[in-house]
Design a protein around this ligand. Sequence first.
Ligand SMILES: NC(=O)c1ccc[n+]([C@@H]2O[C@H](COP(=O)([O-])OP(=O)(O)OC[C@H]3O[C@@H](n4cnc5c(N)ncnc54)[C@H](OP(=O)(O)O)[C@@H]3O)[C@@H](O)[C@H]2O)c1
Length: 440
Amino acid sequence: MAAPLKVGLAGLGTVGASVLRLIEAERDALAARCGRAVEVIAVCARDKKKDRGIDSAKFRWFDDPVKLAADPSIDVLVELIGGDGDPAKAAVETALRGKKSVVTANKALLAKHGVALAALAEQNQVALNFEAAVAGAIPVVKTLREGLAGNSFARIYGILNGTCNYILTRMEQEGLSFGDCLKDAQRLGYAEADPTFDVEGHDTAQKLSLLASLAFGTRVDAEAVYVEGISSITPADLEAADELGYRIKLLGVAVRTDSGIEQRVHPTMVPKDSAIAQVMGVTNAVTIDVEGFAPLTLVGPGAGGAATASAVVADIGDVARGVRSAPFGRPVAELAAAGRAPMQRHEGGYYIRLIAVDKPGTAATIATRLAEQQISLESIVQRHRGPQGGKDAKSAAEPVPVILITYATTEDAVRQAMDAVKRDKVISGEPQLIRIEKNR
Ligand SMILES: NC(=O)c1ccc[n+]([C@@H]2O[C@H](COP(=O)([O-])OP(=O)(O)OC[C@H]3O[C@@H](n4cnc5c(N)ncnc54)[C@H](OP(=O)(O)O)[C@@H]3O)[C@@H](O)[C@H]2O)c1
C-alpha cells in the first residue's frame, strides 16, 4: 500500500472535531477505498485547553494555521476555521503555494476569493476541494463537476440554508409568526444568536455563487447575486400560497438568460407538486435543470458536524487517491466572465399581496395600473373581512387584503405598476411581492 496521506487539520470546532471522529471511525474503509491510509498528524485551533472530546495529545499542536499550512510534514491542509479573510485565507494560500492540496468547507472564502485560489491551486498543480461549502452532505459539487460533466444546464436552484427552511416549514405547518419560529430555531441551535446572515439570504447567496460558477462555467461572482431574505414573510402569505397550490421556500436560483446569468436569492413560491416543495425542516435540496432530460433533485442534510464532515472526508479521499479536478470544473482561463443579468429584467410570475383601501374605484385603479404594464392576472383572491356578519366583521371602510397572481411578466413591470398604485393611494403599506418559480 502507498504511504499514508498526512493531514493537517486547521479548526477543531463543530466540523473539525467531526472530521477527526469520522476519519477515526472509518479508518479501515477509507484506507481500502483510497489505496492508502489517511492520517491526521497535526491540528490547529485557538484554545489548546478546550475540552473537545478529542485526545489532542495524539497530534502535533499548532496555534497558528499558517504555520501548520507551511509545515513540510503535511500533504494536505484541511481548513475548517471559516471567514473570508485571514487566517483562513493566508493558511489556504500558504498550503497551495507550498504545493499542498487544500480541502475546505469555507463558502465565505470561496465566494470572495474562489477564482484567485483556484488559479493558485492550478499553478501549483494541487487540488482545492470544497464539497462541504455547499449543502453539507449533498454531493452537489461533484455532481456538477464530474457526474454531469457531459451536460449543459438551463437552471439550478436550491434550498441551501436549513435555518430558513426550518422557519418557513414551522410557519406554514403551525401558522406561527416569523419571530416566534426564529426564537425556537435559536433555542434548538438551528439559528445563530445573530441570525441576519442566514435569514436575510446572504449565506444562500454565497453558496449559490459557487453553484452558478460550476453549472455555467463562469467566474464566481457573489456580488452579482440579488438577495432578499425571509423576514417579511407572514403566516398570511403561507396560507394564501397553500390555497393557491404553492409553498414558499427561500431559494437560491441561477438561470442562464439572454442577458447573462441571473443569480438571485429570495422567498419563492414553488408548486406544491415540485420536488423542492417536499423538502421540510432543516433539510437542503438542489434541483438541476439538465438540458435534454427531466430535472434532477438531490436532497439531504445541509449542515451540522456529521453531515459536513462527510463531504470533507470524501474530498480528503480524492486527494489520497490522487484525483485532481479543476476546482470550478474547468481551468481558470476557461471560466467566462459571469455577465450579470439585471434583476429588473427578471421574467416570471408574481404573487402580489396588497392591502387595498376599501373605496369605490380601487379595484379598477389597480387593474388599470397592471394593464398599463401589460401584466395579466392568473387569479385574484379578495380576503373576507371576518366571519359573515359576526362580531369580528370589520367596518366597510377598513382595508382588505387582495392577492394577485400574475402570468409571466418582468420585475420592472411589476415594480412600476406597484409604484403607480402607491401613488394613487389605493393601498396601504408596502405591497408584498413573491416571485413564482415554475417547474420546467
Ligand atoms: N457548522 C456547520 O454546520 C457548517 C456547515 C457547512 C460548512 N461549514 C463551514 O465550516 C467551517 C467551520 O465551521 P464550524 O461550524 O466548525 O466553526 P466553529 O465551530 O466556530 O470552529 C472554528 C474552529 O476554528 C478555530 N479557529 C478560529 N479562529 C482561529 C484562529 N485565528 N486560529 C486558529 N484557529 C482558529 C476555532 O478554535 P477554538 O475551538 O479554539 O475556538 C475552532 O476550533 C466554516 O467555514 C463554516 O462556514 C460549517
